[in-house]
Design a protein around this ligand. Structure first.
Ligand SMILES: [Ca+2]
Length: 139
């Protein structure tokens, strides 16, 4: 075996290993959502049906897609409450609580305030509020 063919065989092995480990995760391997109460991994594709009753839910993308979080009481800093950094990420919301929620563009409930009435389901926040929230709580 020449040095060149040995090298080719080795790079072939490396490429095979990368393909094996880089395969897409199946739905069964989808991690639990990151919540304020029980942080967990957050990746994969989510839908509005994942939002638990009595929680405030937020998704990374419009129309309830991408990464997903939910909260029972609130979060003072979206970059730290969850297993995943959710600061300046939210694009759609669903308020499944019986309270109005307030979202803020600053941490610790500061700066601009956006109110989400009970049962409101917002498929896209619009340009003024998209990817802008850093904290939220019941108003
Ligand atoms: Ca987003």
């Amino acid at each position: 075996m020449t040095l060149r063919s040995r090298f080719a065989a080795l790079t072939g092995l490396v490429a095979a290993a990368l393909i094996f480990t880089a395969g897409p995760a199946s739905a069964a391997e989808r991690p639990a959502p990151a919540t304020a109460v029980t942080p967990a991994g957050a990746a994969g594709t989510w839908a509005d049906t994942d939002c638990p009753d009595n929680n405030m839910c937020a998704w990374e993308h419009a129309h309830y897609g991408g990464r997903f979080i939910y909260m029972g009481t609130g979060c003072s800093n979206f970059t730290k409450c969850f297993a995943t950094n959710f600061g300046d990420v939210a694009s759609s919301l669903w308020n499944r609580t019986s309270y109005t929620w307030c979202f803020y563009t600053g941490t610790y409930y500061t700066w601009r305030e956006y109110r989400v009435p009970r049962d409101a389901k917002i498929s896209f926040l619009g340009e003024s509020w998209n990817d802008a929230f850093l904290s939220a709580k019941k108003c």
